[in-house]
Write a protein that binds this ligand. Structure first.
Ligand SMILES: Nc1ncnc2c1ncn2[C@@H]1O[C@H](COP(=O)(O)OP(=O)(O)OP(=O)(O)O)[C@@H](O)[C@H]1O
Ligand SMILES: [Mg+2]
Length: 326
């Protein structure tokens, strides 16, 4: 497989007035060309910090980012995102790697037409006339399933629905023909029907364009619907990773099993929430970070767990024999 992105032992510390917050404490992750990979975990586990690190978006004055983020560029060379100069980073960000955020209203200006904003983004990556930019924008809106694209280009964001706006943001993100699209909770603000449509759109675009997608979500059902492989994050670390089928059908980390019990699948009468809270982001972790909340914990879990693996299925749990039937 053609490796596109390889994150090695990523750590992100945030320097705050209260001390150093350990937002990401050692995440390793790989994405192959054209693959759809998910990151899942509860609020505050470090998903967004990981995603932003890939785009080099952590503020160097307030964060310390360590590890390696190796990205294979179009020209065949591999760059470590964390070592690039600002100009080198700009050549990759928004061009070879794009991002779609949870709330499209935050990404778009309310006082400029959709067409003008799209033309600006298109013009940032290629030399085109205004007419050419309009034509490209129209084609892009069409490819993300917006009807009457010519007319929509003249609209202000407030004249479009939430689902349409998210489609506009996706159209802008793919305008540079990126090889990796990072989508951070792209459907959380949408109703379930629109959510399903946007996920189907991402899958279609990935297939048509050979574009890899890193999908960030707190919702396992979203990940199950779209992704080939998944990384389950907990307290800034990877608890478990593997194919979506392996991880969801045979979870090997208690946290994954607990998270899976909290998603609606149409058969459960009562959903279980994961009791307790994430460990203090300012404190060092000793042993397994899930220890306090884990119903299966054992003496050995007081020590930092080694990563165990069955083929490509990896899990950071010292005592697990699987939680398939629980
Ligand atoms: N600027 C900041 N100052 C202090 N702490 C921060 C800051 N940014 C992130 N953190 C902390 O780092 C941890 C990871 O944050 P992150 O935004 O990556 O979580 P997340 O998994 O994306 O959560 P959510 O699902 O709510 O978006 C959290 O505990 C958060 O409180
Ligand atoms: Mg987030």
């Amino acid at each position: 497989m053609d490796k596109l992105l390889e994150i090695k032992n990523l750590e992100v510390d945030i320097l705050t007035a209260y001390g150093v917050a350990h937002g990401v404490r050692g995440v390793s992750l790989e994405i192959n060309a054209g693959e759809i990979v998910g990151i899942v975990g509860e609020s505050g586990c470090g998903k967004t910090l990981t995603a932003k690190s890939v785009l080099g978006l952590n503020n160097p004055e307030r964060t310390e980012t360590r590890g390696e983020i190796l990205f294979r560029q179009k020209n065949g060379q591999t760059a470590d995102i964390l070592k690039l100069k600002p100009a080198e980073l700009r050549a990759i960000r928004g061009k070879e790697i794009s991002m779609v955020l949870q709330d499209s209203s935050l990404a778009l200006s309310p006082i400029m037409t959709v067409g003008r904003q799209m033309a600006d983004v298109i013009g940032a990556h290629r030399k085109v006339t205004k007419n050419q930019a309009d034509e490209i924008a129209e084609g892009l809106l069409d490819s993300v399933g917006i009807s009457e694209p010519k007319m929509r280009l003249k609209c202000l964001p407030s004249e479009l629905s939430g689902g349409q706006l998210q489609r506009v943001c996706i159209a802008m993100a793919i305008s540079s023909e990126p090889r990796l699209l990072i989508a951070d909770e792209p459907t959380t603000a949408l109703d379930s029907v629109t959510q399903a449509q946007i996920l189907a759109l991402l899958k279609k675009l990935s297939g048509e364009r050979g574009m890899a997608v890193l999908l960030v979500s707190h919702n396992f059902s979203v990940i199950k619907r779209l992704c080939d492989r998944v990384y389950v994050m907990y307290a800034g670390m990877t608890a478990e990773s593997g194919s979506v089928a392996e991880v969801t059908e045979n979870p090997m980390h208690r946290y994954t099993a607990d998270l899976l019990k909290s998603i609606p699948d149409g058969t459960k009468r009562r959903l279980e929430s994961v009791a307790g809270a994430l460990p203090d982001v300012y404190a060092d972790t000793v042993g397994c970070p899930y220890y306090e909340r884990c119903a299966s914990r054992a003496e050995i879990c007081k020590k930092k767990p080694e990563i165990r693996a069955v083929g490509q299925h990896k899990f950071a749990c010292a005592c697990s024999e699987g939680f398939k039937d629980e």
